[in-house]
Design a protein around this ligand. Sequence first.
Ligand code: IPD
Ligand code: CA
Ligand code: CA
Length: 273
Amino acid sequence: MHPMLNTAVKAARRAGSIITRASQNLDILQVRNKTHNDYVSEVDHAAEQAIIETLHEAYPSHAVLGEESGAVGEHGDFLWIIDPLDGTTNFLHGFPQYCISIALQHRGVLEQAVIYDPNRNDLYTATKGRGAFLNDRRIRVSKRTRLQESLIGTGLPFRDFAHIDTYLAMFKDMMLKTSGLRRPGSAALDLAYVATGWYDGFWEIGLSKWDIAAGGLLVAEAGGLVGDFEGNESWLATGNIVAGTPKVFGQMLQVLAPHLTVDLKTVELKTKA
Ligand code: IPD
Ligand code: CA
Ligand code: CA
């Protein structure tokens, strides 16, 4: 395993034990409401701190972009992109679907990815050009070619309702043209499920870099395709993401196309920091 990936795995497992310990005592958690339906707990912060400390022990000069800390350090060649707890709403309700997501970008290119699911003790890893793994077993996207036979993951809007009508129109169309839709509540795990072939595709509007950086590399290394709603590269910058097996990806883009409003099209997209 690449030494940087190894460090990220150590960091993810440390965060995992903090989260698991806290999950046994949800009643005493301090929770704050950032904005409408946007909760953050002391666990999100403690897990992020543990991750940053572990990464910085090994690589003190690397910069970090963490959901809770924002940008830390001088942006040189290496940038770690961290979601210490993806699926906070689930976690706060005791719903066992959440994970830790850590990605490393080198000169703007995603090179390492770790997603750790502490409930199943499942570790997903990928290194650019070296494939994707679940607990050391090589994983690949599914062999499905027809959208009509596909199981597709998605994320429902719950904080920002700016695109709710567009989303519901996409949702209806997908519902009619697939085998079924799922919304478990952690975008990073959703992408990991595309990489393992449990889902045949996934789409969501307006995610953040830390939700999708690691999962995007996992899907690509598992032989899948990742893009924005027009199949282009801006998925990480815009957070509008489609991922799937090579054939299913194209069919998903066709379903989404009639619903793309101007601000969901690649050229018009305002890139998020
Ligand atoms: C959220 C989850 C969820 C997605 C949201 C994300 P958080 O992350 O990934 O599945 O629908 O848009 O913000 O806030 O729990 O880290
Ligand atoms: Ca997240
Ligand atoms: Ca989070």
